[in-house]
Design a protein around this ligand. Structure first.
Ligand code: SAH
Length: 358
């Protein structure tokens, strides 16, 4: 226990731990230690962002995907998935609804769908930015070439989410078919950063075959990459995938990792994810109390939300959805935080210490 206190103090003071410190910390997550981590993490989040929670309107614009990631419900091999894609007009319409609801960040997420050629994506980005110049546009559409990323950035996209999924090459190979590599995914992240995107990486907690050593490597990878955003959430099985019979990642471990990530990357934008809200009814509130400062309500047309099923039982039509901003505002204010109408950039980015801001 003395050792663990030393590790937590070092983490709080320096934001850095070695692999040999992270692993025992993860192995010894008692309720008391998790509480200490959460208190320190939420206090550092408050130091940088006050009691603000930023919202992002998530538009899941296509569930077609050329990839066959073993964990994902919209993998190309899932013949039971009912596929859909939204037109440019539908996407821009959703973004405008979001704008009216108070969102100042629109996230476009989808499978890797060749229908959306670079020119079409550029068109969509430009249209949203033209209609709402004060909105940030975030993309989450997977691995693309440097040139494609650059074209999206030049069209006005501000941020890009691309979870690294797992930093360990062998673990990556257990979660993905052979045509996908951890190396390329990590190279994409470095490319995104170089181009000037506010960049988000991350991983699933409790994914099949994941060890504490893997998680330690994920945390060290995040520290090295130093992204503006980090997305983590529990793995949740999907019935039509290779991993249908694996169990979901744990709530407590996810919360502790949110705290550790906040302490390692103090200004990071850190969502309490939909997956966290799916495994526990108050998961997102607990995430904020553990150091998260972002929530991403669903802004997709109601008719397609269930079809964008990465995992079973995804929450998407109740209080957590974008139409119910008032419910969300109440829930967040009940825990002492406030949903704000704001782009919610990383303050480091605002201060211009990364690439030039927009
Ligand atoms: N095609 C995009 C978006 C992927 S979906 C891309 O490649 O980045 C966004 C994230 O959902 C994934 O990065 C993955 O970490 C997560 N996800 C996928 N399946 C999941 C599951 N079964 N449980 C929990 N999270 C999952």
């Amino acid at each position: 226990m003395a050792d663990i206190s030393f590790i937590i103090n070092k983490l709080t003071e320096t934001g850095s731990l070695t692999r040999d410190e992270i692993i025992p910390l993860l192995e010894n997550l008692t309720p008391e230690i998790r509480q200490t981590l959460a208190e320190r993490a939420s206090s550092i989040a408050r130091e940088h962002y006050g009691n603000k929670v930023f919202v992002r309107g998530l538009i899941e614009f296509t569930n077609y995907c050329k990839n066959d990631c073993y964990y994902c419900g919209i993998r190309c091999g899932n013949k039971n998935a009912e596929r859909y894609r939204l037109s440019k007009e539908e996407i821009v319409g959703c973004a405008s609804c979001g704008y009216d609801l108070g969102f100042r960040t629109i996230v476009l997420q989808g499978g890797e769908d060749a229908y959306y050629k670079d020119e079409l994506m550029v068109d969509i980005i430009r249209a949203i930015k033209a209609a709402h110049p004060d909105c940030a546009v975030t993309l989450s559409i997977g691995e693309k070439s440097y040139e494609s990323y650059k074209a999206f950035f030049d069209a006005g996209a501000d941020r890009y989410l691309l979870r690294h999924e797992t930093a360990d090459f062998d673990h990556y190979a257990k979660l993905h078919p052979a045509n996908l590599s951890a190396e390329n995914r990590q190279q994409c992240l470095y490319n995104l950063k170089k181009i000037g995107f506010q960049t988000g990486a991350g991983f699933m907690v409790g994914s099949p075959y994941q060890t504490y050593e893997n998680i330690a490597d994920d945390l060290l990878f995040l520290k090295k990459l130093d992204p503006e955003m980090v997305g983590i959430g529990p793995f949740i099985p999907h019935k039509d995938t290779v991993f249908a019979d694996f169990k979901a990642g744990g709530l407590e471990l996810t919360l502790a990792l949110l705290s550790i990530i906040r302490l390692m990357l103090p200004t990071v934008l850190l969502p309490a994810t939909t997956a966290l809200g799916t495994i526990a009814p108050n998961g997102r509130e607990l995430g904020i109390l553990a150091g998260a400062n972002v929530v991403m309500p669903n802004l997709s047309p109601v008719g397609v939300r269930k079809k964008y099923a990465l995992y079973d039982n995804k929450i998407c039509t109740g209080e957590e959805a974008a139409e119910c901003m008032n419910c969300l505002k109440n829930r967040i204010s009940n825990i002492g935080y406030e949903i704000v109408t704001d782009r919610g950039d990383n303050i480091r980015y605002m201060q211009g210490s990364t690439k030039e801001g927009r």
